[in-house]
Design a protein around this ligand. Structure first.
Ligand SMILES: [Zn+2]
Length: 135
């Protein structure tokens, strides 16, 4: 009987960034979405169909560029971008995946499917029902 308690399974550490995030893959998804939106906005920015952003040496230049930039992101994307930023912020502060309605854990499956969500399905459903509010 071999009593070598050593299990020779090499601790294969995943090459994930060790930043202590609870859902590293969701963080990746969010960052990917964010990059995609920004890239799309960047395409619009460099497309000379309207106003061009003139590089300036003044301090105002970046602020103005920001303004142009946000103008050119469509409202819908801007909202999504905000949600993504908020979700990334919650990931960073370890408050991600907690339902704003009931303070319960939002199931991973739901987070994966809709990473910017702040409500579990039950709370979301009751919120939607309240919004519909049949009169
Ligand atoms: Zn809930």
């Amino acid at each position: 009987m071999k009593t070598s308690a050593k299990k020779s399974t090499p601790t294969r550490k995943k090459p994930a960034k060790a930043n202590g995030v609870k859902y590293p893959d969701i963080q990746k998804d969010l960052e990917g979405q964010r990059a995609a939106i920004l890239a799309e906005a960047g395409v619009v920015l460099t497309n000379p169909t309207g106003l061009e952003v003139f590089p300036d040496v003044s301090d105002q230049a970046s602020a103005e560029a920001d303004q142009h930039f946000s103008f050119r992101i469509r409202e819908r994307e801007r909202k999504l971008l905000k949600k993504i930023d908020e979700a990334l912020g919650r990931l960073a502060t370890h408050t991600y995946g907690i339902c704003e309605g009931c303070q319960g854990d939002i199931p991973y499956k739901r987070l994966k499917a809709r990473p910017v969500t702040t409500l579990c399905i039950e709370c979301k459903t009751s919120q939607e029902e309240a919004e519909k509010s049949p009169r």
